[in-house]
Write a protein that binds this ligand. Sequence first.
Ligand SMILES: [Zn+2]
Length: 281
Amino acid sequence: MKNSCPICHSDSYKNHLEHGEVNYIRCKVCDMVYLKDMPSNETLARFYSKDFFNSQTDDFIKNSTQIRKERLASIEALIPGKGRLLDIGCGQGYFLKEAKDKGWDAYGLDISDYAARHSKKVAGVDIFLGHIHDARYEDSFFDVVTLWDVLEHTKDHIKILNEVRRVLKKGGIVVASTPNAGSMDAICHKYKWPYFDFEKCGHILQFTPKTLKRSFKKCEFHIENISTRGSLDIRYVPSLWGVNLSNQFILHLLDGLSGFLAKFTVPLKFGNIIILYATKR
Ligand SMILES: [Zn+2]
């Protein structure tokens, strides 16, 4: 069965990227990129097992500590006081723990049984196992809703954003991050861009700053800020071509060059990750 565009529902599309079993198509009307063949709910539930979360390396977890602190600080800079915060797709629960430790009344939600149990252990808060529509939170219940690297894993992000709008207080903030399919990395590396690897990442939807903004506007959010981060990361380019680089000097050089390129790619919204802040007015 053919899918229609998750934003504008048009059936008109062109191929965006085809490699092996994976076929991403792009809506001719609004440019949204999505999987031509959507996985079933059963496939998705199986996907987010312990193995999915444990595939993240120790380095990733370590580096993410700083990212989690920065993310929370960026929210606290926008909102006075600390109220109720909902982390949708809370994964292993580390952001929830950060928020709870800083005095937020933290709530978590995940469709993965493993993630929900792990989060509860890490953050010590109750986690709702399932989709946001099934959680039946009260209207205008939350001050903040976060969607860290979540929307790309969903089949109907508009339905989720509409529900987020309902449960968010007036003046409340929603924050979303997602890989940038319009980044220099994605453009240059094409199917070798890691986030196009459906089997590994499970990304059903692929956003650019333009389509992410369009999605939030469709759900009547007011966009406060949208930016990208992460340069054209050339450190892993040799490995993409089968060359295993162990020379620390060359890796250091590539790292420096990546940082230099960020000066150009990030201001132009060509960075690897998009971060959007929006409010309900
Ligand atoms: Zn469309």
